[in-house]
Ligand binder design. Structure first.
Ligand SMILES: Cc1ncc(COP(=O)(O)O)c(C=O)c1O
Length: 219
């Protein structure tokens, strides 16, 4: 079933759209901090960056459904929905942040952020850390060091190494002092340190969910 889905996915989406993990996870539903795969296994979602107030939050589901059933158009018509939303959002911002630009995707947001920075500074140079993903527009694909863009990087882009999480840094420094260690032992220590970073992340993520759930109750 999963293999069949992988083949069909490749056939229609192409081979360059990656999946996570050697055995890709086939998710079928989500609720709050949890997601379920097609065999009924339940996972704590420590990664997903899309539903900020949890999966399928009833308030968000009902707002999207009501709007989809009423009107779906662009921003060049007058509509009070976008203005009401902008006013409520801006009221939560720090003083001085008093306007918003609506976008549909992370790629678009990053693209427009670059344009804003360039408009404000009058400069075009960009410094970007490695191991990042900023989206799929032509501008932001220049920022990723994982997959060089076709035709190479533009002259205004510089990549720098990302800061190493302190646990891993400590492990790597320790290993440097013990060159006699076997390569497999070295790799397993680095993997363990990654695991520790992940566990800290798993601990922090549910707390973040609690904060965001409390926050959305105030909406
Ligand atoms: C950190 C980050 N930036 C940008 C993007 C691109 O967002 P979108 O797919 O909405 O264009 C993603 C998507 O996963 C992301 O994780």
């Amino acid at each position: 079933m999963t293999n069949d889905l992988i083949d069909r996915r490749q056939a229609v989406l192409g081979p360059n759209v990656p999946t996570f993990y050697d055995n890709p996870v086939h998710l079928v539903k989500g609720e709050g901090v949890w997601v379920w795969d097609s065999s009924g296994h339940k996972y704590l979602d420590c990664y997903n960056n899309v539903p900020h107030v949890g999966h399928c939050h009833p308030h968000v589901v009902s707002a999207i459904s009501a709007q989809a059933a009423t009107l779906n158009t662009h921003t060049r018509y007058l509509h009070d929905g976008i203005i009401n939303y902008a006013e409520r959002l801006i009221a939560k911002f720090h003083k001085g942040l008093d306007q918003i630009i609506m976008v549909c995707s992370g790629s678009e947001a990053n693209d427009i952020a670059l344009r804003m920075a360039q408009a404000v500074t009058g400069k075009t140079g960009i410094i970007s850390t490695d191991n990042t993903y900023h989206g799929n527009t032509m501008a932001v694909s220049q920022l990723s060091s994982r997959k060089p863009p076709i035709g190479g990087y533009a002259a205004n882009i510089r990549h720098v190494p990302a800061p190493t999480p302190f646990v891993q840094l400590a492990v790597v420094l320790r290993l440097k002092r013990r060159p006699s260690l076997k390569k497999s032992k070295r790799q397993s220590m680095i993997l363990k340190s990654q695991d520790m970073v992940f566990q800290v992340f798993c601990f922090v993520q549910p707390l973040q969910m609690k904060v965001s759930q409390t926050y959305q109750k105030t909406l």
